[in-house]
Design a protein around this ligand. Structure first.
Ligand SMILES: *Cc1c(COP(=O)(O)O)cnc(C)c1O
Length: 570
C-alpha cells in the first residue's frame, strides 16, 4: 500500500536478530516483530533506536543460581551500513554528535523498512557522551535521560538529515521515546516563528503522534526530578515541557499522553487498567502479537508451508489449521521438543525425558511475574508426578542487574530444583534470547504464566507457544483474558478476579495452579492424548491466527495511523 500513511517508529530497543544484543526482552521483541510485519505488509515505515554497543548483558549463573553480568559487546561495523549524516543535540550544555547505522528489514515481497541505530561513539564527542549509546537500561537516571534525548530529539533530527520525506505519523513505542515530541514542537515553532501560536503548534504535533504504553508497573514509567530535567535538557526546554504538561517534574508518560492523538494499551485488559491509571485520557487497546515466520519452529514452518500456503504473508489464515491432522501437529511438536530436550541435557544435569510432560516458563526474572509460584508447595507439586506420569520444568530469564528481588527468584528456582531432585526434574537455561525463546516456546508441552494480575500488560511468549501448538496454563491477565477458551486453547489458573482483594493472592493462585494441573493438565496429557492434540491444534487455529503482528499492524493502520473521518479537520 504505497499510498498509505508513512510512519516513523521510535523504540529504545528493537530485536533485529537473536545475536544482535540490541534488545532486553518483550518490548524489543515486539518492536522487531512490528517492523517485520510492517515490511511484509508493505507499510511505509522507518524505525529509530540506539545501537547499544555493549548490549544488554550476558548472563552467567553459578551453581546456586547467582547471576553475574558481563557486557555483550558487538561490532555494528560487522553487517550494518554506516551512514554519512551527523546531527547534534544539546545535553548538559554540551553539543553531542550523533551518527547512525542502517539495518534493512526485508518483507516477504521484498519491501524494506530501514532501522536506524543511533550512535554517539564519535571522536569529537566528550568521553562520557561517547558512551551514551553503549548500554541498554544500564547506568543511572541521568544516563537514561541522556539516552532518551539521543533517541527522541536525535532521532527526529536524524530522520530529517537522512532526507526522509515528512512522516504522517510518529509512533512512540513506550515513554522512552517521548522527547521526540520536543523536537517536533521546536520544528513547528521554528517554522511558525511566532510563539503565540503555540496552542496550534501543539495541536499540529498532536495530530501526528501515536503513543503505545506497555506496562501498568509504576517503575516502568520514566519520571525525572525537575532539576535533573533542567540540567540535562537545559532550562528553556524544561520550561517548555513544564508549560505543556502543567507539572514541575519530567514525566515522559504524561508528556506522551498529552501530545499523542491516539494512545493505546497492549491488550484489552491493559487498556482498561490504563484508563484507571491515567484518568481523563481516552485509551484504546490494540492487543500485541508475534511475527509468525520468526517464531515458528523449523518443523512448524514446514507443516504450515505444506498445509496453509500463504501463512507467512497472511497469518490470519492460520485459522485453517483446523484442517491439519492432529498427528501431523504432534509429530512437528515432537521434533521441536526433541531439539529442546537435547539442549537441556547437553547444558544441564536435569536429564530430561522426551516422553515426560514438559512445562516451560521463560520471562524476565522480576517479582510480579512470580517465576517461583509453581514451587510454593513442593510436596504438593511432587505428588502430582509419578513414575508413570513424570513432570519436568524448564526455566529461563534474566534479572535486571539492579533487580535484587528478581535475582533472588532465580536462586529460589535453583533451590527448589535441588529439593525436588529425583521427584521432578527442573532445568534453568542461562542467556534467554530470541533463539532460546523459540526453542523453549516450541519445545515444551505446556507454557506456564503466573503474573500477579493485573500487572502483565500483554505477554507475548504465550503467543509464540500457541503458534507452535503449545497451549498455555496461565493466570487470566494480559493477552490470556482474550486468548483462553478453557479446555480448548489451554487452561486458566483461577478465575478472572483481578479486582478481588484476596488477603494472600500468591497462596490463592498457587492453589489454583496445582488444582488445574491435577484436575486437567496432567490427566489430559497422559490419559487423553487425542484431546491434548486437539487443544494443540486449537491453540494454533484460534490463537495464532489472531495474536500475530500482521493483525496488530493492520489494526494500528486502521485505528491509529490513517486519517480517520472523525479526527480529520478537528
Ligand atoms: C518473547 C520474548 C519476551 C517476552 O515474553 P513475555 O511473555 O512477554 O514475558 C522476552 N524475552 C525474549 C527473549 C523473548 O523472546
Amino acid at each position: 500500500m504505497p499510498d498509505g500513511p508513512s510512519v516513523a517508529y521510535f523504540s529504545m530497543e528493537i530485536a533485529l536478530e537473536s545475536e544482535l544484543p540490541t534488545y532486553s526482552g518483550g518490548l524489543g521483541v515486539l518492536a522487531g516483530d512490528t517492523i517485520r510485519s510492517a515490511a511484509d505488509l508493505g507499510l511505509r515505515m522507518a524505525a529509530v533506536t540506539l545501537v547499544h554497543r555493549r548490549g544488554y548483558f550476558r548472563q552467567a549463573l553459578d551453581a546456586r543460581g547467582g547471576q553475574t553480568e558481563t557486557p555483550d559487546a558487538w561490532q555494528p561495523g560487522d553487517g550494518l551500513e554506516p551512514l554519512e549524516p551527523r546531527v547534534r543535540v544539546e545535553i548538559e550544555g554540551r553539543g553531542v554528535e550523533i551518527c547512525a547505522w542502517r539495518y534493512r528489514v526485508r518483507g516477504v515481497h521484498g519491501h524494506e523498512v530501514p532501522v536506524y541505530l543511533l550512535d554517539t561513539q564519535l571522536s569529537g564527542n566528550h568521553e562520557r557522551d561517547r558512551a551514551l549509546t553503549d548500554s541498554l537500561y544500564g547506568g543511572d537516571h541521568a544516563y537514561r535521560l541522556r539516552q532518551e534525548v539521543v533517541l527522541g530529539i536525535g532521532g527526529v533530527r536524524m530522520l530529517r538529515a537522512l532526507g526522509h520525506p515528512e512522516f504522517d505519523r510518529f509512533h512512540l513505542n513506550e515513554g522512552h521515546a517521548a522527547l521526540a515530541v520536543v523536537a517536533l514542537v521546536e520544528e513547528a515553532l521554528g517554522a511558525s516563528g511566532d510563539a503565540s501560536s503555540s496552542e496550534r503548534v501543539i495541536e499540529c504535533v498532536r495530530r501526528r503522534c501515536v503513543f503505545t504504553t506497555h506496562t501498568p508497573v509504576p517503575a516502568g514509567h520514566d519520571k525525572f526530578p525537575a532539576a535533573l530535567g533542567a540540567r540535562v535538557l537545559g532550562t528553556a526546554t524544561m520550561q517548555r515541557i513544564q508549560a505543556l504538561t502543567g507539572r514541575s517534574d519530567l514525566n515522559l508518560t504524561e508528556l506522551a499522553l498529552l501530545t499523542a492523538r491516539f494512545v493505546n494499551g497492549v491488550a484489552m485488559r491493559h487498556g482498561e487498567v490504563c484508563e484507571g491509571m491515567f484518568p481523563g485520557y481516552p485509551i484504546r487497546s490494540i492487543t500485541n502479537g508475534v511475527h509468525p515466520a520468526t517464531w515458528a519452529a523449523t518443523s512448524f514452518r514446514a507443516l504450515f508451508d505444506h498445509h496453509i500456503r500463504h501463512w507467512r504473508e497472511d497469518p490470519m489464515s492460520l485459522r485453517y489449521a483446523v484442517g491439519i491432522p492432529c498427528t501431523e501437529i504432534w509429530w512437528a511438536h515432537q521434533r521441536a521438543k526433541q531439539a529442546l530436550v537435547e539442549v537441556v541435557n547437553r547444558e544441564t544435569a536435569a536429564n530430561f525425558d522426551l516422553e515426560a510432560l514438559t512445562i516451560g516458563f521463560a520471562r524476565r526474572a522480576t517479582a510480579y511475574k512470580r517465576a517461583s509460584l509453581v514451587f510454593s508447595d513442593l510436596d504438593r507439586l511432587a505428588a502430582l508426578a509419578s513414575p508413570s506420569r513424570p513432570l519436568q520444568f524448564v526455566f529461563a530469564g534474566k534479572a535486571h542487574p539492579q533487580d535484587e528481588e528478581g535475582k533472588s527468584l532465580i536462586q529460589a528456582i535453583f533451590a527448589a530444583a535441588k529439593r525436588l531432585r529425583g521427584r521432578v526434574s527442573v532445568a534453568y537455561l542461562p542467556g534467554y534470547d530470541m533463539a532460546l525463546g523459540r526453542l523453549l516456546c516450541s519445545g515444551c508441552d505446556v507454557w506456564l504464566n503466573t503474573p500477579r494480575a493485573p500487572l502483565e500488560a500483554s505477554g507475548t511468549s504465550g503467543m509464540k507457544a500457541a503458534l507452535n501448538g503449545v497451549p498455555s496454563l496461565s493466570i487470566l491477565d494480559g493477552w490470556w483474558v482474550e486468548g483462553c477458551v478453557e479446555g480448548v486453547t489451554g487452561w486458566a489458573i483461577g478465575t478472572d478476579g483481578h479486582r478481588d482483594a484476596a488477603s494472600e493472592p500468591d497462596l490463592r493462585d498457587a492453589r489454583a495452579l496445582y488444582d488445574k494441573l491435577e484436575s486437567a493438565v496432567v490427566p489430559c496429557f497422559y490419559a487423553e492424548p487425542q484431546r491434548f492434540r486437539e487443544i494443540m491444534r486449537s491453540a494454533i487455529a484460534l490463537n495464532a491466527s489472531f495474536f500475530n503482528t500482521h493483525r496488530m499492524v493492520l489494526q494500528y493502520l486502521y485505528d491509529a495511523y490513517r486519517e480517520r473521518p472523525e479526527s480529520a479537520g478537528t
